[in-house]
Design a protein around this ligand. Structure first.
Ligand SMILES: NC(=O)c1ccc[n+]([C@@H]2O[C@H](COP(=O)([O-])OP(=O)(O)OC[C@H]3O[C@@H](n4cnc5c(N)ncnc54)[C@H](OP(=O)(O)O)[C@@H]3O)[C@@H](O)[C@H]2O)c1
Ligand SMILES: [Zn+2]
Ligand SMILES: [Zn+2]
Length: 336
């Protein structure tokens, strides 16, 4: 079968129509007809080859919502005609310690859907069945794409680190990931502070669930809040004053990083040691955690705030992301 996609031929190139042959569907695989695909900052980083792991031609896209069109002979978890979501991963070994323990996102041989293979800026994608996540009733499929990468990346740490409804938490960077983090943490019951470098996001951040709004690089405000938060999640891909954020934590607090900042984070042992504080990072979440997130989103009517572009306007959308302008997630839509 011929899949129709948008690909870049080299780093930073414009995305152009691109066709490829999908080959024979394997027994463990699911073929999904793409309805929508969100645009994550990681798509831009892959397009720019910021991480040195891009292979061209590159078809970005890893926040897919679509309909199962074909399934391999061994597939049991989804049916033809069912609506599913697909995120960063397209395969994991299902044999290693991490896969067997239900942490397939930590599988050291897991395959990224846009790493050496083609993603969701396309009419179709193929993935291993366990990474085709059923979309429950109560989740709006038109805006659900961004939950599949951005959403799970900020939701999974709540599960992993047992964040409590009584906790005071912070979200650094109110973009695609950050605005979903505000919504999840607010629905969880936490008191939430948004840290943003964009003063004009204050009203929206509060509408997403932030109780307080602080300039992310205002050292005076950060100092005033020292020792006040239990959990901080950073979604920015730039260098901030990390020691100032560690200083914001209460004893046993955690600064958790999901934004792909490229510069090293300097940490002194003593501020961590004296308060038994932690610094950590994580990739996405397991299929099981994605199911839990979708159920939670349905129960609390949490949906990403999206701006929809037709698939053939993909370059306009990428440019908007490059300029830091999305409010708050851009989504590409194929024609019905
Ligand atoms: N760990 C994972 O598994 C995982 C998964 C998905 C994405 N990511 C990474 O997470 C990061 C965020 O992705 P995204 O899609 O949410 O990106 P995004 O929509 O572009 O949001 C990033 C936010 O960072 C803040 N920011 C940008 N430049 C800044 C600067 N110079 N100073 C201070 N703040 C700045 C902005 O928020 P304010 O305007 O509020 O300051 C911006 O909205 C990316 O690095 C992406 O690759 C990681
Ligand atoms: Zn992503
Ligand atoms: Zn594995």
């Amino acid at each position: 079968m011929t899949f129709h996609a948008y690909a870049a031929s080299e780093a930073k190139a414009e995305l152009k129509p691109f066709e490829y042959e999908s080959g024979i569907l394997k027994g463990n695989e699911v073929e999904v007809k793409v309805e929508t695909c969100g645009i994550c900052h990681s798509d831009l980083s892959m397009l720019n080859d910021d991480w040195g792991m891009s292979i061209f031609p590159l078809v970005p896209g890893h926040e897919v919502i679509g309909i199962v069109e074909s399934i391999g002979e061994h597939v049991k978890n989804v049916k033809i005609g069912q609506r599913v979501g697909v995120g960063w991963f397209s395969n994991s070994c299902m044999n290693c310690e991490w896969c067997m323990g239900g942490d397939q996102n930590l599988c050291q041989t897991a395959e990224g859907i846009i790493v050496g293979r083609h993603g969701g800026f396309a009419d179709r994608v193929r993935i291993d069945a366990i990474w085709a996540i059923p979309i429950p009733d109560g989740v709006n499929p038109k805006s659900a794409g961004p939950l599949m990468c951005g959403g799970i990346t900020v939701f999974n740490p709540i599960l992993q680190f047992d964040v409590k409804p009584t906790n005071r938490v912070g979200v650094i960077g109110i973009g695609g990931l950050g605005h979903m983090a505000l919504k999840f943490l607010n629905a969880y019951g936490c008191e939430v502070t948004a840290f943003s470098s964009s003063g004009n996001k204050e009203d929206e951040a509060k509408s997403f669930g932030a109780d307080y709004f602080v300039n992310s690089s205002d050292s005076v405000s950060l100092k005033k809040m020292s020792g006040s938060l239990d959990f901080i999640i950073s979604t920015v891909n730039v260098t901030l004053d990390w020691p100032a954020y560690i200083n914001l934590l209460r004893p046993k607090g955690r600064l958790h990083v999901v934004g792909a900042a490229m510069e090293p984070i300097p940490v002194s042992v003593f501020p961590l040691l004296l308060g038994q504080k932690s610094l950590s990072a994580s990739p996405l979440g397991s299929p099981n955690s994605m199911g839990i997130m979708l159920e939670f989103a349905a129960r609390h009517q949490i949906e990403p705030m999206v701006e929809v572009y037709p698939m053939d306007k993909v370059n306009d959308a990428m440019e908007k992301l490059r300029l830091g302008k999305p409010r708050y997630r851009l989504v590409l839509k194929n024609q019905d």
